[in-house]
Structures are given as C-alpha cells and as structure tokens.
Design a protein around this ligand. Structure first.
Ligand SMILES: C[S@@+](CC[C@H](N)C(=O)[O-])C[C@H]1O[C@@H](n2cnc3c(N)ncnc32)[C@H](O)[C@@H]1O
Length: 406
C-alpha cells in the first residue's frame, strides 16, 4: 500500500480556497491514477501486441529503448497513457496558479516576511545570465519555467508555484516538506560517513530550498548556501527558510562557475539538478565542485540512475520524460559516463562511486503508521525498506566522490 502525505503548511506557502484545494487534490489524484492505474498496463501491451507488430514490420525483435519507443508509439493504449499523463502534468501547475494569482500581493508579502526572519544572506546580482538550458523552456511543463520571463523574473511567484506544484507533482511521496531528497542524503551521510561534520555546505540547484533545509537540521552549526540560476526561486527559498525559523544563505549563481573562493566548502550536494543542465555544463559543474572543495571534502549528486543499471523497457518508460515533459536532457544525461566526468574533474577514481540513499520518507511513514512512539522510531531506524513499501522507489541514486587530502 503506497502512502502519501499532505503538505505541511508554512507561512510562505500560498493558501488555497476550498475550491482551489479540491482542484489541486484532483490534479494530484489524476496523476496518481495515471501512475497506478494506466502505467502498469504498458508492459502487457508491449508484450502482447507492440513487440509482435515491430517484429512483423522490421523482421527483428526490439533491441533497445529506442526500438521499444518505435514499437509503442503507434499503440492506442500508449497514446492514451501519454496524453493523460501530459494533461495531468499541465493541470497540476494550472491548479496552483489560481491560488497564487488570486492574491499575488499576499504571496509576495509572505515571502518578504519570511526573509526578514532569515539572518542568512540573500544575494541576487544586478546582471546575471541565466543559462539557455533553463531560460529557453518551460521545464516539466511549469508555465514560465524556473526563472520566468518579463515581470515574473522579479518577484517570488514562480518560487511559490514550484513549492506547491512540486508537492502535487511528486504526489506527496517526497514528504510533507518536499524534502525527501535532502533528508535521504543527510541520512546517507550520517550512516556512511558517520561522525564527519562539514563546516560549510553548498547545495547546487536548490530551487526553493526543499532539500537544503535538512542539512541545517543535521549540521546546525554549519554555514549553508543554496544556489540556483533562477532569481524567483532564490528569493522564495530565502523567505521559506525564514518561515521555518532557519538561517540559511541563498544566492543566484551558476553551478558551472560560482563566486566562492577555492576550497571554501567541505560538502557540495545537488538534488535532481544535473539532469536539467546540459552535456556542456556537466563537466564544468564537476570541475567547479572540485575547485570549491577543501581537501578531503565530498561531492554528492543525487539524481537519476544511469540507464545501464536498468532494463530497456524501464529505460523507455523513464525516457518518456524527454519526449513529453519538456525535459530535453533527461535521457541523454543517463547515458553519460559520470564516473569519467568526475575523474576528469580531478577526483581520485577510487573515491568515485554510485550508491543508493534509501528514501527517508519511508522511515517517516513507518513511524507514522506505528504511532510516533520512541519504540517505533528505534524500530525503523536500522530497518531495510523494500521499494514500493511506502513510496514508489526505494531510494535516490547518489554519485559520490571525495577530493584528495592535501
Ligand atoms: C529539479 S530542480 C532541483 C530541485 C531541488 N534541488 C530540490 O531538491 O528540491 C533543478 C534546479 O536546478 C537549477 N539549475 C539548473 N542549472 C543550474 C546551474 N547551472 N546552476 C545552478 N542551478 C541550476 C534550476 O534553476 C532548478 O531550480
């Protein structure tokens, strides 16, 4: 039985009228229906009729995800799936826009009030060039993208849209604060690098800081920076952290080339940023991580597992994001040799590895199911969770590398 969470309300989050909330819940449920009710039918359709048609037409069996796509796209069941999936994606953003635009001044004032409480810095440079891979499209169909165009580049509207929209997008599976990725990587650090306490932490591509804030919880004395190329996200992130009562620094900066000095950070993390960059940007990001890390410091990127870790049909399913969800680098990124990129950036090969950070939300859900007692918390602390037990996946794929000691 899968578990979903309602989003925790906080003072920077746009409020919804009952009608708006109902529409948002519908958008989330439709997405869930597509995932749980329609998607599972694709496998049988592929086996029962798409493969046979492909073989008839080409005289051979489908060999890879590209062949599977050719076999599946003419199929009416697949077309139905792809169309409803796209509609549910567009609908979820639309359902949030209504609550933001109803009282845009309040959304702005809430974020400013949060910012006033956050003693961390907020840096938005006067002239900043947003890379084309972010500015040129409405990523995952989010109207305006991260940085927006025209007036939307100034305020916090797109940050508010992301905060609520991404909760619906993930159908609640990333927890009540949308922070499962950060929380899971924090747990991973606690368990695998036990006792290590970084003093300065950088979260690249932080958007509204969902994954950034758990680091403040785990390392309360650390100086923490979230950076992103999108100003509306950064402004909102600063206000949201303040609404949570946390002092965290946020800056509009490009992870390919930041303004920090050499060796400034002990830990650099990112969470699902890399697949939204480009083939040219990724080597630069890795090189920048190496430059920014102090000797012995760690780089940890949580993102999509490489395609070579999964079967071609699963690759095909995931690659639908590339084709139908405005995620142009989604598939190509999974084909890259990231270990080589990290080696080329200067990380010693023996320190570079892929690993899985189990989803923290599964522990949270298990505790919730057993009533939040200390016994329950202790019981789940060391438990292995099975993928699908409380959430669709079992964990986040992390690429980890350590800079050589001085
Ligand atoms: C999917 S979101 C990341 C979500 C966020 N890390 C979290 O855990 O909630 C990707 C973010 O990466 C940012 N981004 C893309 N390229 C970047 C770059 N070169 N430097 C900094 N941020 C970048 C985008 O603006 C976007 O906000």
């Amino acid at each position: 039985m899968l578990n979903t969470f309602q989003q925790h309300f906080h003072d920077a989050l746009p409020s919804a009228t009952p009608d708006e909330a109902a529409r948002q819940e519908f958008a989330k449920s439709l997405k869930q229906f597509v995932q749980q009710g329609i998607l599972p039918g694709l496998g049988p359709v592929y086996k029962a009729r798409a493969t046979a048609r492909f073989e008839r037409e080409t005289g051979r069996a489908p060999a890879d995800r590209h062949d599977i796509r050719k076999a599946m796209t003419p199929d009416p069941y697949f077309q139905h799936y792809a169309a409803v999936n796209r509609i549910s994606q567009e609908l979820l953003w639309d359902s949030v826009i209504d609550s933001i635009d109803r009282d845009a001044d309040a959304v702005d004032a809430q974020a400013k009030a949060g910012s006033a409480k956050n003693k961390g810095e907020l840096r938005i440079p006067a002239d900043f060039e947003v890379p084309r891979y972010v500015s040129a499209l409405d990523i995952h169909c989010m109207p305006g993208g991260y940085n927006g165009r025209g007036a939307d580049t100034d305020g916090v509207r797109l940050g508010a849209l992301y905060d609520r929209g991404v909760y619906l997008y993930s159908m609640g599976y990333t927890g009540p604060d949308n922070d499962d990725m950060g929380r899971s990587v924090c747990n991973y650090i606690k368990r695998k690098l036990g006792g290590w306490t970084p003093k300065r932490i950088l979260d690249m591509g932080c958007t509204v800081g969902h994954s950034t804030l758990p680091y403040k919880e785990l390392f309360p004395d650390a100086e923490i920076w979230g950076i992103d190329v999108a100003a509306p996200q950064i402004r909102y992130a600063h206000g949201r952290a303040g609404a949570f009562g946390l002092d965290v620094n946020f800056a509009q900066m490009n992870a390919e080339q930041t303004a920090f000095e050499d060796g400034y950070f002990d830990l650099i993390v990112s969470h699902i940023m890399l697949h939204e960059t480009s083939g040219k940007a990724m080597p630069k990001v890795f090189a920048e991580c190496h430059r920014l890390l102090a000797p012995g410091g760690y780089m940890i990127h949580a993102d999509l597992p490489p395609f070579d870790l999964m079967d071609p049909f699963t690759q095909f399913i995931l690659d639908n994001e590339t084709y139908y969800n405005n995620e142009p680098f989604w598939g190509a990124m999974r084909d890259l040799d990231q270990v080589k990129l990290a080696t080329d950036a200067g990380f010693p090969p023996e320190t570079i590895r892929f690993d899985t950070a189990p989803m923290a939300v599964m522990e949270f859900a298990a505790q919730q199911a057993s009533g939040y007692s200390q016994e329950a918390a202790d019981a789940v602390a060391d438990r292995e969770f099975t993928a699908g037990e409380f959430a669709p996946g079992g964990g986040w794929e992390v690429l980890i590398a350590q800079k050589a000691a001085a």
